[in-house]
Design a protein around this ligand. Structure first.
Ligand SMILES: [Fe+2]
Ligand SMILES: [Fe+2]
Length: 235
């Protein structure tokens, strides 16, 4: 579900502290380097390929939390739905950007490979260390916010044409009929900032002595925060 971006999306860097977050941060920066080398400034193509990957962690994490709830016969405190919502939101990013740019055959091959690698790789990390897994997504999303800011800059400088927003995006984010690509990128960036904050908060909740209470606090904060609550539920 989309997020309402009422907080500054750029004001959210979480300084790595401890082994797991340093590992997650280093992993993110390594992948960022690969993405920068491959896509350079082709942000439309970058969005498509990376959004196909972005839709994986929420689904895998949601699935594993679902199984965990079954195994432990214990309620998930709303965690599963948050992760599945994240996956759905990322899929909608992809459905939007595929209306704006078309991937070439090589990029489609990367998508196939990346989905397999992420499904198994992220699932494995999540099973061993959910904290590291959520921290990785938190840092990925920090990078996504940065990349969409660069994309926005290109639109503002006229390097990328500010085309009319696709209908699917207007419907999803409830944009005006005259909305343009720029409005879409701002909405997507707000979503990424929301995922960033949620995933860092979920990683933090694991570190609390009373994990269940901490989870409930995260969910309650989500419900209370206009910046993070799903726009459709607060509309
Ligand atoms: Fe996304
Ligand atoms: Fe994302």
């Amino acid at each position: 579900m989309p997020h309402q971006g009422t907080t500054d999306p750029l004001a959210g860097h979480r300084r790595p502290d401890g082994f797991r977050s340093r590992l997650a941060f280093a992993f993110t920066k390594a992948l960022r380097f690969v993405a920068d080398s491959f896509f350079a400034k082709r942000y439309g193509h970058r969005a498509i390929v990376l959004e196909t990957v972005a839709g994986v962690p929420g689904m895998v994490g949601g699935m594993l939390q679902h199984f965990r709830s079954l195994r432990r016969m214990k309620d998930d405190e709303g965690w599963i739905k948050i992760l599945l919502d994240e996956a759905e939101n990322e899929r909608m990013h992809l459905m939007t950007f595929i209306e704006i740019a078309q991937p070439n055959w090589f990029e489609r091959m990367i998508v196939l490979f990346a989905q397999g690698a992420f499904f198994f790789g992220y699932g494995f990390i999540y099973l061993i260390s959910p904290i590291t897994a959520h921290r990785i997504v938190g840092y990925f999303e920090e990078e996504a916010v940065y990349s969409y800011t660069q994309y926005l800059k290109q639109i503002d400088e006229g390097v990328v044409e500010n085309t009319p927003a696709p209908k699917i995006a207007i419907d999803y984010w409830d944009l005006g009929p005259d909305a343009r690509l720029r409005d879409v990128v701002i909405a997507v960036r707000a979503d990424e900032a929301g995922h960033r904050d949620v995933n860092h908060a979920l990683a933090d909740a694991y570190l609390e002595p009373d994990r269940d209470a901490a989870r409930r606090d995260v969910i309650r904060a989500l419900d209370a925060s206009p910046a993070l609550a799903p726009a459709r539920e607060t509309a």
